[in-house]
Design a binder for this molecule. Structure first.
Ligand code: COS
Length: 384
């Protein structure tokens, strides 16, 4: 259910202040220490940020997609690692359960995900299955009242702090594609579940990814999402559709921050006797960034509105993810260029964003996968 206008405004104002006063001043420290301070995580719990999209009946705020993107426009104005703290509970770590879980499963886990008492994590990708998600090899074998999971997952965001994994595994050993895949709710303390060491990454320091291994990991039969075998791949795809709109919104927010940084710098920095903002080649870069970020914001808002109206926006979600993440890459590149030598120096923060935004074009489906989804849907629609 949508929030009333006042409550939404209050929420957005609170997040804006939190970002400006608490998060932005910590950006360099988080990058240096590769860690978000525990006090910030606790404040995020107190602000209710972990439960933004979890239905009210289960303790969350139940934001619509349109409201969620407004929040992402605010929270995305700072280092993406901060958003990542709540990102999985708001998105891929809870949405499979919300969309396809039974009421019992929801009652068991959603209130804890909403409060931030536990972190949810989405375990789909494997060493041999990234873009080709339907080819996963992790297996789940039925054994009496249990399933026994074997396999390994790779680059799993927030795995090191997760209390609950949504794990995708093959329940039909004779299948090779999407139809044999099921989703499971696997608590982090389940026997046979272990973690790899956190990966060293190019950017988004403070957000951790690592491998998750399952060695004869036993979960009760009622851990099967929706208590229905074979629907797991669709659960993953629906989850990613929503997540892609969210990532697109975050990309818009980072782009707008970078444009502001580039503009401020260009107006202050003087060369050839005047601020570089007065040179047309600099103005062209600023204008291109502004126009692209504005187009991106509009498409995200429109797609969110249409999703809330009940339309199938799978194509549009991919358009948003594709355009907005590529856009922020170009904006970050221009921001570095406008800063000149300073753009390459850590103190100015622009190089950090340049590294951070590179991931947006890769995770939750690469740009090439978005192109493939868009074109395939176009062809399918034309054949109807
Ligand atoms: N919503 C609901 N159902 C969907 C769907 C969606 N968005 N997309 C696909 N499906 C369904 C299809 O309708 C099909 O069902 P039927 O067999 O009943 O017709 C089934 O799922 C299989 O779909 P499809 O045949 O399209 O699967 P493919 O293996 O050909 O490819 C892609 C699917 C490439 C789109 C998918 O593997 C993908 O998104 N890959 C990227 C994965 C990713 O984002 N990884 C990031 C890791 S998580 S951070």
């Amino acid at each position: 259910m949508a929030l009333d206008a006042d409550t939404l405004k209050q929420l957005l104002d609170t997040i804006r202040r939190f970002v400006d006063e608490r998060l932005i001043p910590l950006e360099a420290e988080v990058d240096r220490n590769d860690e978000v301070p525990a006090a910030i995580v606790q404040q995020m719990r107190e602000l209710g940020l972990f439960g933004l999209t979890i239905p009210e009946d289960y303790g969350g705020l139940g934001l619509t997609m349109s409201e969620e993107v407004q929040v992402a426009f605010e929270l995305g104005r700072t280092t993406p690692a901060f958003r990542s703290v709540i990102g999985t509970n708001v998105g891929i770590g809870s949405q499979g359960l919300i969309m396809d879980g039974t009421d019992g499963q929801k009652r068991r886990y959603l209130p804890k995900l909403a409060s931030g008492e536990i972190i949810g994590s989405f375990a789909l990708t494997e060493p041999g299955a990234g873009s080709d998600a339907a080819s996963i090899r992790t297996s789940a074998r039925r054994d009496g009242n249990h399933y026994v999971i074997n396999g390994s997952k790779r680059y799993i965001t927030n795995a090191h702090v997760a209390g609950l994994f949504t794990v995708f595994a093959r329940t039909d050993p004779h299948s090779t594609g999407a139809s044999g895949v099921s989703a499971f709710l696997d608590p982090a303390d389940a026997q046979g579940l272990s973690l790899g060491i956190p990966e060293r990454k190019m950017g988004q320091k403070g957000a951790q990814v690592c491998d998750v291994m399952f060695d004869e990991c036993r979960v009760p039969a009622d851990a099967l999402v929706g208590e229905n075998e074979g629907i797991g791949f669709k659960t993953a795809m629906k989850t990613l559709d929503r997540g892609r709109i969210h990532i697109a919104a975050v990309s818009v927010a980072v782009a707008e921050r970078l444009i502001r940084m580039a503009l401020d710098y260009a107006m202050e920095r003087e060369q050839f006797g005047k601020p570089i903002a007065e040179f047309q080649l600099i103005q062209a870069m600023l204008a291109d960034s502004k126009a692209e970020a504005y187009a991106a914001r509009c498409m995200v808002e429109e797609t969110a509105r249409r999703r809330d109206a009940g339309e199938d926006v799978s194509t549009e979600a991919s358009c948003c993810k594709y355009f907005c993440t590529e856009m922020v890459g170009r904006v970050a590149d221009r921001a570095v260029q406008i800063h000149g030598g300073a753009g390459y120096i850590a103190d100015y923060g622009v190089e950090r964003f340049y590294r951070d935004v590179r991931l947006f074009r890769i995770y939750e489906g690469t740009s090439q996968i978005q192109q493939l989804i868009i074109a395939r849907n176009m062809i399918r629609a034309a054949r109807k």
